[in-house]
Design a protein around this ligand. Structure first.
Ligand SMILES: *Cc1c(COP(=O)(O)O)cnc(C)c1O
Length: 378
């Protein structure tokens, strides 16, 4: 048997006709740039996330970039973020010539440790006026612990931008009225990269926000800072979302909660069948259905390299997210971090394995993955 990490063909088989009609509609409409499909999709996503505004952009990376631009982040500024995420989270900060400051993660969730955030701010009072933003990441589809993060941010009057690229629809507890990922900070950044839970047929992203002024600024920034056309009050870029992506994503959005549910069921199935003496399964720290499992990530302390070999031999797809934490990336040498600076993040980078968890995974396939893993540890 062969079990891929992700199978977009299986998803396409369910919705091929609808997708093709949506694409064809855009082609025939000739409204390729900022057409009605984009504004319709922005409305849908804003509602889905429980906020007022959605601003479609060209990718999750550009969502992060344009969010920092909306806060006027530039040279000399500091942005605090997690040490353990996809490169874009840190890359956008450096691209604006601001300084990323990395913080260690909570080993249970792989998300920014709120205690480390508070500690850094308490100990660096002289630098606080330079700190323009905090970017927590909702890694693998589970929200970072936002309550203490936002409390600390408020104390020091710093804005929070959520990197919700892996977490559209993930929830965070709030006295029985859960909040959606992306709705808790001043801005939330989504990605529609094909491997995300809501993936396009190419690149795409969105910034969601409750703030009218920020929304207005974001709409300008994604279109060269122009409003009206040819009158530029600020320097932006071409960060627009294509109509064709919006049309496809609107079709897929109708299935998203169903797909989340299947991922959660698959995660539960792994949790109850994997040998937990040898394999650390992901900790779902809130409610069962708050984690959307963009990735199902196990942690293996002993036999990491051998296990990867074993999985390859068994033709089981897996991912390593992420093999090198930010502070050890060559491009960040200039920041002066050392090995050993962030033990939890370093440990995660050498012990995590993502297993197939996509919605269309069959029980038969999952049983094969489980058998192969348990066999390895026997
Ligand atoms: C995917 C991802 C991004 C970037 O999104 P793109 O659409 O690929 O540019 C940013 N942050 C995280 C955590 C991601 O997983």
């Amino acid at each position: 048997m062969h079990v891929p990490l992700l199978d977009l063909n299986a998803q396409l088989d369910e919705i091929r006709d609808e997708i093709k009609i949506a694409v064809d509609d855009v082609i025939e409409s000739t409204r390729y740039i900022m057409g009605p499909k984009v504004s319709e999709f922005e409305r849908e996503i804003a509602d889905y996330c429980g906020v007022e505004h959605g601003i479609g952009v060209s990718s999750g990376t550009d969502a992060l970039l344009v969010s920092l631009m909306a806060l006027d982040v530039g040279p000399g500024d500091i942005v605090l973020t997690t040490d353990y995420s996809f490169f874009a989270t840190a890359g956008v900060v450096a691209r604006l010539r601001a300084t990323p400051v990395f913080l260690d993660i909570d080993p249970a969730t792989y998300n920014l440790d709120p205690a480390k955030l508070k500690e850094w701010l308490d100990q660096n009072k002289d630098k606080i006026d330079k700190v323009k933003a905090i970017i927590p990441v909702h890694l693998f589809g589970q929200c970072a612990d936002m309550k203490p993060i936002i409390k600390t941010a408020r104390k020091y009057d710093i804005q929070v931008i959520e990197d919700a690229a892996q977490a559209i629809g993930a929830q965070y507890p709030n006295n029985g009225q859960p909040l959606k990922a992306g709705s808790m900070g001043i801005m939330g950044c989504l990605s529609f990269f094909p491997s995300k839970n809501l993936g396009g047929i190419g690149d795409g992203g969105m910034v969601v926000t409750r703030d009218d002024e920020i929304a207005d600024k974001l709409r300008k920034l994604r279109n060269h800072g122009a409003a009206p056309k040819y009158y530029h009050s600020m320097v932006g870029g071409n960060f627009r979302l294509d109509s064709i992506q919006a049309a496809v994503l609107n079709v897929k959005l109708q299935y998203l909660d169903e797909w989340h549910k299947k991922r959660q069921e698959n995660a539960d199935y792994y949790n109850s069948h994997l040998n937990k003496n040898k394999i650390k399964v992901p900790e779902n720290v809130y409610r069962h259905d708050y984690h959307i499992y963009n990735q199902y990530v196990i942690k293996v302390a002993n036999g990491y390299e051998e296990l990867k070999k074993h999985l390859r031999k068994k033709q089981i797809g897996f991912g390593v997210y992420y093999p090198v934490p930010f502070h050890l990336q060559e491009c960040f040498d200039y920041l002066g971090y050392q090995e050993g600076d962030f033990p939890a993040s370093e440990e995660a980078a050498t012990s995590t394995i993502a297993l197939p968890v996509y919605p269309e995974l069959t029980t038969e396939m999952q049983d094969y993955v489980i058998e192969s893993l348990n066999e390895f540890f026997d």
